[in-house]
Design a protein. Structure first.
Length: 242
């Protein structure tokens, strides 16, 4: 499937499937007809997300949708696109939360959700009692995992604000740590200065501070014993004092 990009993939699918009626149609098995009653995609989508509808009815519809995800898109059997259209109401909430909370691009998030949804639908267990819930939960969980990982690995310019907690302005309540690599060290050689609130450095223990900022391995031995090579110097003082 290839879609135009303006508005994101969800909007493109909505436009493409607004008046679509792919064949063979989905069928509602409510006992009125042995072969079932044909449903338009719009009727099927309303039933899929209607919590007052019979659970067995929704389960039967999701199983039919899982079968149609394998159909080729040839203009007449355009089920792969329609299958995604049927899943959009269950994916939109996750897309909004990921973009708003993690600052991800909407187009990228929607593409990831669409991919995860189609993959989960193609692998659905035919004996699953609630395939719709399984598919949507799997797709949203996988997308969240992808973007949480990307968020944790993001680059930031404001190191002080990277932890999300602003540092108070009162210097008497702050402690400052300076990390100095030894002379001639390759890479970052400038002093790394980190300021944290005093209540976050209980007992002002140097080891605790080093662990909190990921320096435990590097600054395992602050004192230079004369054996081996010096790896760093770590000093601790109240902020504002030299």
């Amino acid at each position: 499937m290839t879609f135009p990009s303006p508005g994101g993939i969800f909007a493109a699918v909505e436009r493409r499937c607004a008046d679509g009626d792919p064949t063979p149609p989905l069928r509602l098995f409510d006992g009125s007809q042995p072969s079932g009653t044909p449903l338009t995609p719009a009727q099927a989508r309303r039933l899929l997300y209607d919590r007052s509808a019979c659970p067995e009815t929704r389960t039967a519809l999701w199983r039919q949708i899982a079968e149609r995800v394998h159909m080729d898109s040839d203009g007449r059997h355009d089920w792969p696109t329609a299958v995604l259209w049927l899943g959009l109401p269950g994916l939109r909430r996750a897309a909004f939360k990921i973009t708003s909370r993690l600052g991800a691009e909407r187009e990228d998030v929607e593409a990831e959700l669409a991919t995860c949804y189609l993959e989960a639908l193609a692998a659905v267990d035919p004996h699953d009692a609630d395939p719709g819930r399984t598919v949507l939960r799997s797709a949203c969980t996988r997308a969240w995992t992808v973007w949480r990982t990307a968020y944790l690995e993001r680059a930031v310019d404001d190191v002080d604000g990277a932890g999300g907690t602003p540092v108070a302005a009162d210097c008497e309540d702050l402690w400052q740590a300076d990390y100095d690599p030894p002379p001639g060290t390759h890479g970052l050689s400038a002093t790394l200065r980190i300021t944290v609130p005093a209540h976050r450095v209980e007992g002002v223990r140097l080891g605790a501070l080093a662990r909190a900022w990921g320096l435990a391995d590097t600054a395992a031995g602050v004192g230079y014993s004369g054996r081996g090579r010096q790896v760093a110097t770590l000093s601790l003082r109240r902020a504002g004092r030299t």
